[in-house]
Design a binder for this molecule. Structure first.
Ligand code: SAH
Length: 353
């Protein structure tokens, strides 16, 4: 029994059941016991691995796509280069290395990182120190300059709520206690005007997920881009519309019960890209599978160039990494990319309007 579990039980005993969003927030970000606040979860020794940790090609191609978008928008002489949830800083390091010969780009960029984890901030400071990043806690505190932003596997970590359809109303899934054990339960049926559009494509008993935090953030990013220019690349697993229960816990690269060990496992849900698109006042690109996006950006050519310097196990790993990022049975289709961009501009290369 860990202490976050005791904290949650005490809270539920005194105030009643909590929403999944409240549970998720405390499990991931509790200042002393949160999953992200206390550790580096990435890599073979951690709980999961992400695209930039699989191959340098991912960050290189994303960097070039955003750099081209900066050029297409007239190469503004001062802009914000922002990453949400930079993990170990690998993606940003690869983006910056790949773009160092783009004239003027690095001089124009102010690097801002938004990161909740003190443990990961330390790792980012070591990896990206030469680029003099600053860390900002809240997106809305960023200065008003053109914004070029990347977020990989960030939105899936934002807290979701879940509701079961009950006629024209919804029963929200909540975390309560059965005896001394955390258990999922259902609230009384209530109207959720926010989900009115889901009354069209669901029937009784269907589960819908929604994330007010993710929607607010998408609105803030889109408002900034609509006003000041720029582009945002958002990459994550999920689909155009949230479909059923995708709330999951990962520990040591294996699925586990999300309620079993609060704060000890990564908790995520698939991203509902339609909800982000509905929230942004900027234009948004077509939602595109990661494999298609990376192929359009030339990952196969880049893979061949890198392969020419490799042999033995390193070559086999490199070939496997290329496949893992792009193949439909691996990350190629499950992961999707969407971009936000301003009216009058084109989407970053690799994406269609
Ligand atoms: N983008 C990285 C890491 C993905 S893991 C990669 O692709 O490898 C999710 C990242 O988001 C971690 O850095 C985590 O600490 C951070 N994070 C999660 N929730 C957050 C929040 N609410 N605010 C800021 N950072 C958050």
């Amino acid at each position: 029994m860990n202490s976050l579990c005791e904290i949650l039980k005490t809270q539920i005993r005194s105030d009643g059941p909590i929403t999944l969003a409240s549970y998720m927030t405390q499990c991931l970000l509790h200042p002393q016991h949160g999953y992200y606040t206390t550790r580096d979860p990435l890599g073979a020794a951690g709980d999961f691995i992400t695209a930039p940790e699989i191959s340098q090609m991912f960050g290189e191609l994303l960097g070039l796509s955003l750099a081209q978008s900066w050029l297409d928008q007239g190469a503004p002489p001062e802009f914000l280069l922002v990453e949400l949830g930079p993990g170990r800083g690998t993606l940003m390091a690869d983006m910056l290395r790949a773009t160092k010969s783009v004239p003027g780009l690095h001089d124009a960029a102010q690097l801002h990182l938004i990161e909740a984890s003190p443990a990961l901030k330390d790792i980012q400071a070591k990896k990206l120190g030469v680029y003099q990043p600053s860390w900002t806690d809240r997106f809305e505190d960023l200065p008003e300059l053109p914004l070029f932003l990347v977020a990989n596997e960030f939105f899936d970590a934002l807290p979701i709520r879940q509701a079961d359809r009950a006629g024209p109303m919804w029963q929200e899934r909540i975390v309560g206690l059965q005896g001394d054990t955390l258990r999922l339960g259902l609230s009384k049926a209530k109207p959720l005007p926010h989900l009115d559009h889901r009354l069209e494509d669901t029937k009784d008993g269907d589960v819908v997920e929604f994330s007010p935090v993710a929607e607010h953030l998408a609105a803030d990013i889109g408002t900034h881009i609509a006003r000041s220019g720029g582009a945002a690349l958002i990459i994550d697993y999920g689909d155009w519309r949230s479909q059923g229960d995708t709330f999951q816990a990962l520990k040591g690269h294996a699925a586990t019960d999300p309620l079993a060990e609060p704060g000890m496992a990564d908790l995520t849900a698939h991203v509902d890209f339609e909800a982000l698109a509905r929230a942004t006042p900027s234009l948004y690109s077509r939602l595109t599978p990661q494999g298609v996006f990376l192929e359009r950006l030339g990952i196969t050519d880049r893979a061949q160039v890198l392969a020419s310097n490799l042999g033995g196990d390193a070559l086999q790993l490199h070939i496997a990494a290329h496949r893992r990022l792009t193949h439909p049975l691996e990350m190629g289709t499950l992961f999707k990319v969407i971009a936000f961009y301003p009216k009058g501009a084109t989407p970053p290369p690799g994406l269609d309007p």
